[in-house]
Design a protein around this ligand. Structure first.
Ligand code: FAD
Length: 387
């Protein structure tokens, strides 16, 4: 596998030179993490290729190597949001490659093809079977692998969801190709290759990865790509597939499903997020103020890494580079400074409201509304106002 280490960190903080260095201020220094990268290159595990040549203009090499596919995951009778995000990105890259964009839909009964077409799919491959109502690792692996072998797409994208993370590596093994997991960026190079960007070495570097084998496969973090606009008038082709499943292709038999009593955190799909940081002071104060406001606003609770690392709240609430990437309509940042790693996970929110007692906090640079206040006074006052 060739791994390109980007010359410039997307957050303009880290840089990779001919040696591997991090730029801080004026000087170049080597840290524990960059030492690990340099040693990996020395040992030949990674290959440093310098700045990747991203496509400069509309001209590109036509690859004519097949379609771009999106695995159309459904859950609880709905197309997962990340599928729509992938259709948006898929449309962009299939356009650059002059290829068709197709969705692969595995379902008990096809109620989704039209929606997939309205969000950009030119084709939908539908595998309809009552036994496929619920996700089954072995059966789904067989269905997608056989479909890939039959139609030879050049790119296959999956959401980095529980299902995508379970399915994609098995398919990669079955069809003998590579897989780049948890991508945060996809691009097409001038040579028509898929350039996959993902955080590496604990988020200290962004690696850009090219895969040699076909098809190129990626799982993509939910919440990173933008959902395209819906066009109910679009037409597309619906192709029914039968891969000849037999009973022995099913690994599980589901007797019953029950909702977890524990509330599932769904930050990626939340419309409103109330996020708390170290400015809340301590665990007790965090839990006194943040959930109360979230409840009033029917919002999910987010947190900075500082709050998570302090043990105030579980890791699945963390927003940021090593947490979740979110895109809510409203993001409230309470007592959060706005470090680049936090901003990386929330800066695409539609409306950002920041509350911080320090007027020079970096969060104010990206906030639509900045409130210079003490969270201990502001949050109770806002809750009172909302009554
Ligand atoms: C590789 C790597 C990955 C990382 N990934 C993430 C990530 O995914 N997510 C993430 O969040 N961080 C991440 N970090 C950590 C990040 O760099 C910051 O340390 C972290 O975001 C800081 O959290 P904070 O803003 O809550 O705390 P601080 O930076 O300490 O900020 C606290 C803020 O609260 C304000 N404040 C204090 N008291 C009050 C008050 N009473 N009222 C109002 N305001 C108050 C202060 O003015 C300050 O601005 C990562 C770091 C590294 C190196």
């Amino acid at each position: 596998m060739r791994v390109r280490l980007s010359l410039n960190c997307p957050f303009s903080e880290l840089s990779v030179g001919n040696g591997i260095v991090i730029k801080r201020g004026q000087g170049w220094i080597e840290t524990e993490e960059t030492k690990e990268v340099r040693e990996s290159i020395d040992k030949g595990f990674l290959e440093f290729e310098g700045r990747p040549e991203k496509k400069k203009d509309k001209k590109k090499e036509k690859t004519d190597k097949g379609e771009v596919w999106v695995f159309a995951e459904t859950q609880h009778g709905k197309i997962s949001r990340v599928v729509l995000e992938l259709l948006g990105k898929g449309k962009e890259i299939s356009g650059e490659l002059d290829a068709k964009l197709a969705a692969v839909l595995i379902t008990e009964k096809d109620e989704f093809s039209k929606e997939l077409i309205s969000y950009g799919a030119d084709k939908v491959y539908v595998i309809e079977d009552a036994r496929l109502k619920n996700y089954d690792t072995e059966a789904y692996t067989k269905v997608v692998s056989e479909s890939i072998k039959k139609y030879n797409p050049q790119i296959v994208l999956y959401g980095a969801t529980h299902i995508g993370r379970d399915l994609a590596p098995r398919i990669a093994r079955r069809i003998d190709t590579g897989l780049t997991a948890d991508c945060t960026g996809l691009d097409i190079t001038e040579k028509g290759e898929l350039l996959q960007t993902r955080p590496a070495f604990g988020g200290n570097l962004m690696a850009q990865i090219l895969c040699k084998k076909m098809p190129k496969m990626s799982t993509v973090r939910p919440g990173v790509m933008q959902i395209p606009s819906h066009d109910g008038k679009r037409h597309g082709e619906i192709i029914k597939l039968d891969v000849g499943l037999s009973e022995k292709d099913f690994g599980i038999s589901l007797k019953e499903s029950a909702k977890s009593a524990k509330k599932v955190i769904n930050l990626e799909e939340a419309e409103v997020i109330v996020s708390g940081g170290r400015g809340l002071g301590d665990k007790e104060n965090f839990h006194k103020l943040v959930p109360a406001l979230a409840k009033k606003l029917d919002a999910e609770i987010g947190a900075s890494r500082a709050a998570v690392d302090s043990g105030w709240i579980e890791k699945n609430h963390q927003v940021g580079q090593t947490g979740k990437t979110v895109r809510p309509r409203v993001y409230l940042a309470l007592g959060i400074s706005g470090a680049i790693q936090h901003k990386a996970g929330m800066q695409n929110s539609d409306l950002i409201i920041a509350v911080n007692k320090d007027s020079s906090a970096p969060i104010f640079k990206i906030a639509d509304y900045g409130i210079i206040a003490d969270v201990n006074e502001f949050i109770p006052a806002l809750i009172e106002e909302l009554k």
